[in-house]
Design a protein around this ligand. Structure first.
Ligand SMILES: Nc1ncnc2c1ncn2[C@@H]1O[C@H](COP(=O)(O)OP(=O)(O)OP(=O)(O)O)[C@@H](O)[C@H]1O
Ligand SMILES: [Mg+2]
Length: 301
């Protein structure tokens, strides 16, 4: 749990309302999207605390894994286990053999979770869906189509920057009326100040909070890392903390060589820059890595 959870008033209210809807028999799916470190898991933890205070059962354990070798439906296997289905054998290996077998498995898991949601209400958390296997995403779509009239609330989190294998499923989910989406952005300057106070244990001057907010764009992971290095004078260390360096390296590692070159150039240029338009400027890397439909940098292949 976040040491001291700050901000996110609107998101907390929305989650609270959706949990109450589910408790009243109007099942819900909420998807929380955002960049790495922006606070998706922390918000999911808030939802768990809230659900417990409403006496709902919680099935956390749906964390997908990036490691190779986890069996299909891993997030759902974890959830079913956490929801008391220890001896339940739902994972029919024949499910890979064809649509009919797969449908039967989807239906069996859905019925199990809908039943587990009676009578107290059940919150299922599927964290890090960007790493889920494609079959799990299809199962989530099936579940979203069947939650109406149940006391089941499903909360899925994912990094919107890494949705490669998730895109088709997300498009399907967007059509379902039971699905709400939350897009998490960085914290405000005031909230960054509050988070820094929690991390350091003292009231950080507003000018320092503003500088850190600008440097981190309010990303709570980066704020916490920089906060830990704040000297007692309130000076922001010139050196980047190792955690930040590793996170930035990992993100750059997912980009193509062209995109990494553009990002490196942009890092020197500063926070505000535009795509060069002059015919003489070296636009090659730009054109190869810019995805016009989303105005984002394309990941490496
Ligand atoms: N609202 C908040 N208030 C205080 N601290 C926060 C808040 N949100 C996140 N944090 C802290 O920031 C760090 C990163 O948050 P979190 O792990 O939830 O990010 P994430 O979006 O799940 O990242 P990832 O994509 O890597 O899983 C954690 O230490 C968390 O406790
Ligand atoms: Mg997380």
């Amino acid at each position: 749990m976040a040491r001291q959870f700050v901000g996110r008033e609107r998101e907390r209210q929305l989650l609270d309302a959706r949990l109450r809807d589910a408790l009243a028999g109007d099942g819900q799916v909420v998807l929380v999207a955002g960049e790495p470190g922006v606070g998706k898991t922390a918000l999911a933890e808030f939802a768990v605390t809230r659900a417990k205070s409403l006496d709902m059962t919680v099935g956390w354990g749906g964390r997908a894994t990036e490691e190779e070798g986890s069996p299909p439906y891993w997030p759902f296997r974890q959830v079913v286990k956490a929801t008391g289905g220890v001896g339940v054998e739902l994972w029919d290996p024949r499910a890979d053999r064809g649509p009919g077998e797969r449908f039967r498995l989807f239906q069996a898991v859905t019925e199990f979770l809908l039943a587990a949601a009676q009578p107290a209400g059940l919150l299922v958390v599927l964290d890090d869906l960007q790493w889920a296997d494609p079959a799990s995403v299809l199962l989530l779509v099936h579940l979203a189509r069947n939650v109406a009239g149940s006391r089941l609330a499903v909360l899925g989190t994912f990094r919107h920057t890494e949705t490669g294998g998730l895109r088709a499923g997300l498009a399907e989910l967007a059509r379902e009326s039971a699905v709400s989406r939350i897009r998490l952005d960085g914290l405000t300057e005031t909230e960054v100040g509050q988070q820094l106070a929690g991390v350091t244990g003292w009231a950080v001057p507003a000018t320092v909070a503003a500088a850190i907010c600008e440097r981190t764009q309010g990303n709570p992971f980066f704020v916490a890392e920089l906060g830990r290095l704040l000297g007692s004078s309130g000076e922001v260390a010139a050196e980047l903390p190792a955690g930040v360096r590793d996170a930035v390296r990992a993100r750059l590692g997912r980009l193509s060589a062209d995109c990494a070159a553009v990002v490196s150039a942009a890092a020197v240029a500063g926070p505000s820059w535009t795509r060069p338009r002059s015919r003489r400027s070296p636009t090659g890397p730009w054109l190869r890595c810019w995805r016009p439909s989303t105005r984002r940098l394309a990941p490496g292949s």
